[in-house]
Structure formats: C-alpha cells, structure tokens
Design a protein around this ligand. Structure first.
Ligand SMILES: NC(=O)c1ccc[n+]([C@@H]2O[C@H](COP(=O)([O-])OP(=O)(O)OC[C@H]3O[C@@H](n4cnc5c(N)ncnc54)[C@H](OP(=O)(O)O)[C@@H]3O)[C@@H](O)[C@H]2O)c1
Length: 361
C-alpha cells in the first residue's frame, strides 16, 4: 500500500538578499529544478506569497516565469501575510479584501486561474476565525482553489474553524500543515487526533528540521580537553561555520524559527549525536548516497524513512522536503524511498522513536 508522499518545498526557490535562499534564483535554474522534480515524479510544489522568506512573491514569480503550472505541476499557494521579522508582528491578512488581493496577484504571477490548494500561512490575530472562514468560502465559490489548507494553527483554533464551517456550510479545510519530524512531534498530541476526525490530511514541513537532522549543525561532543580550551575544537567550530555559511543556522542568514527550536538547545544536539551514532553502528547499507561514500545509512535517510514508514503519517499525508541543490534533492528522495527500516535496523528505529522523549520540554 502506498504511504505518505513527497511534496517539494518551494520556499527554497527565489532569492532574498542576506538570507539562506539564493540557489534557485533564475527562471533557467528553476526550469532545471522542475526537470529533476519531474524525473522524480514529484508534482506538488509547496509555495506561498510570502516566499522566499524576506522577499515575498519572488518564488511565485520564478515559478510563473519557468512555466511550472503549464508543465503539469500542482502549485499549492498561501495567502500573503505581511510579517515583520524583527518584531514578529503580523498585519491583518485573512480579511476578504486582503485575501482577494493576494489570490489575484498569485494567479497573475503563476499564470493560472485557480490553485489546487490554497492555505492560510498562519493565524492572523487581527481577523476572527468566523471572518477568515467566510473569506475563504468566498474565494472557493469564485473558483480560486480546490482544497483549503491551514498552516500553523493551534488545535483550539482548528477546532473553532471546523465548528464555524459546519455551522455556516463554509468550505472545510482538507489539509493541515505543521512542523513534524523525529525531533518535533507536537502535532501527535492534539492536532493529528483532531484532524483525523475531520478527514484532513497532514503535510509535515521541515522533515529534516531544516537540515539539523543531517547532523551538520551539531559539533562533536565536548571532551575534557575542550574544557581546557583545546585548539582542535576551535578549528572544528571554524570548519562548521564555513559549512554553514549562508545557511539558516549562522550569521545574518540565520532564521530564528530554526535556531531557537533546535540549535539553541543542548538536548537537541545530544539527540542528533545519538542518531548519528546509531546510523554509524547500523549494519545495513544506506540507499541514498548524498555524499555517503561508505554507503552507511545517513541521518537524513533514517529520518525520511522513519517519517514515511514508521511515524504518525499515513496514506494521503506528505512530507514537504526542502533542498538547496538538485544533488541534495536527488539523494534525499532516493534515500527516502528505500522503504521501511529493516529488522536489522531495529536499534536505529528505537533511537528514532525515542528522540522526541529526549528533547520535548
Ligand atoms: N507553512 C509553513 O509555515 C512552513 C514553514 C517552513 C517550511 N515550510 C515548507 O516546507 C519546505 C521545506 O522546509 P525546510 O527547508 O525546513 O525542510 P527540510 O527538508 O527539513 O530542510 C531542507 C534543508 O536541509 C538542508 N539539507 C537537506 N538535505 C541535506 C543534505 N543531504 N546535506 C546537507 N544539508 C541538507 C538544506 O539546507 P542548506 O543546504 O541550505 O543548509 C535544505 O534546504 C519549505 O520550502 C516550505 O515549502 C512551510
């Protein structure tokens, strides 16, 4: 039986000065990426008016210039939410008027008159759920989208949203999107049980915790020597800084959602070290390559196979995989599709199952 599928995270398409999105930055590069995605049989692209972070509309502009919709890609869009990265303040965006303006602009840029999925990117605190549900219903009746999605809504807000739709006969959400990976499983507590009652699919973003689960952000465990200011560790950190140059983990391109959720917590680094050690001691061969010359299973392979085969995700759900290069994408998709972890990997599976207990507050 087919399980959850892979969606490509188009948030990495486009360029934002000083930020971590800059690789797929021209229509030609996006066209090349689309060819790779086609060869991998990945048809759904998770886009948004806000993408890439800090440069709204650029992703949809490039997808339109590369003719993605005409090539058969299903572009999932999200309503523009003006967001101040310094203050964290969100402007009113899910009103009928703002929603209509965002929808119209996205359609123009993408060269379409409807998208298969239209999301609220996150909760607009200025607009009541009643008003936003009515506004989405207006767009649905106008034929702007097939399925409604909601991202980053709390279980309480989702509950209210479903109740309002049932009361007024408004279009109900079909897809709920949130962060989900072996280090971040909050959705299992309340969102997943709730949305299953309403027949919604769950799309998991940041399946690799934005790259944290590759192990590249975590330094080796400190040793006694390091406590004595050993110079080797300093050079390790220097190497790490250069590997992470212009990523979401370092310097001006750092993104607070990722640095605060993962990098700033010692338990997260301990969990990744445990996963890396379990991968290194696993006897089974890795399937995805990805610079994996000794053919050991990599942490990204273990993570993707766990998500697709052993997590709370199921048929109809998806992981929204990001990538900053075609090579990364090809390797990760090959690795993800190897299948369930085998009986030989029972120990590794046990480690993946237990990571959340190591890190949850
Ligand atoms: N709805 C929302 O609020 C929301 C929020 C976040 C994301 N999303 C969606 O989810 C998508 C994916 O999010 P994400 O980028 O956080 O996903 P992810 O799949 O967890 O992380 C992808 C990143 O990890 C790094 N990486 C992947 N494979 C690697 C490898 N083999 N070796 C080293 N580094 C590797 C790359 O970053 P570098 O190479 O740059 O380090 C890559 O861009 C976004 O594009 C967006 O569509 C939605």
């Amino acid at each position: 039986m087919a399980g959850p599928h892979i969606v490509f995270g188009a948030g990495g398409i486009g360029i934002s000065p000083g930020s971590f999105t800059y690789t797929f930055d021209t229509p030609e590069k996006v066209s090349s990426l689309l060819k790779v995605l086609e060869s991998l049989d990945i048809k759904e692209l998770d886009s948004a008016a806000n993408y890439p972070p800090k440069n709204p509309w650029n992703t949809n502009t490039l997808l339109g210039q590369a003719g993605a919709a005409g090539k058969g890609f299903e572009i999932h869009d999200k309503i523009r939410v003006p967001y101040n990265y310094e203050t964290g303040q969100v402007e009113p965006s899910l009103t009928e008027e703002a929603m209509a303006a965002s929808t119209k602009k996205s359609q123009q840029l993408l060269g379409v008159d409807k998208v298969p999925v239209l999301y609220a990117h996150f909760r607009d605190p200025h607009t009541s759920i009643e008003e936003m549900a009515r506004a989405f219903d207006v767009q649905h009746k106008l034929g702007s989208f097939d399925k409604l999605g909601l991202c980053n809504f709390s279980a309480a807000d989702l509950k209210e949203y479903f109740a309002v739709c049932e009361k007024h006969g408004y279009v109900k959400p079909s897809i709920i999107q949130d962060m989900y990976n072996p280090l971040y499983r909050k959705a299992e507590d309340d969102i997943l049980p709730l949305i299953r009652q309403h027949g919604c699919a769950f799309y998991a973003y940041s399946p690799l915790a934005g790259g944290f689960l590759t192990g590249k952000v975590t330094p080796p465990a400190p040793t006694d020597n390091d406590n004595n200011n050993n110079s080797d560790n300093k050079s390790d950190n220097k190497t790490k800084d250069s590997v992470l140059h212009r990523s979401r983990w370092r310097g001006e391109s750092a993104h607070p959602v990722y640095t605060q959720t993962y990098d700033s917590k010692a338990a997260m680094h301990d969990a990744v070290r445990k996963l890396v050690a379990a991968c290194n001691s696993s006897s089974s061969a890795g399937g995805g390559g990805g610079g994996n010359n000794n053919k050991k299973i990599t942490p990204q392979e273990a993570t993707c196979r766990w998500l697709l085969n052993h997590s709370a995700l199921r048929e109809g759900d998806a992981i929204i995989l990001g990538a900053s290069s075609e090579a990364q994408l090809v390797a990760n998709v090959a690795a993800a599709r190897v299948g369930p972890l085998s009986a030989d990997d029972a120990e590794l599976r046990g480690v993946l199952d237990g990571l959340w207990d190591m890190v949850k507050d």
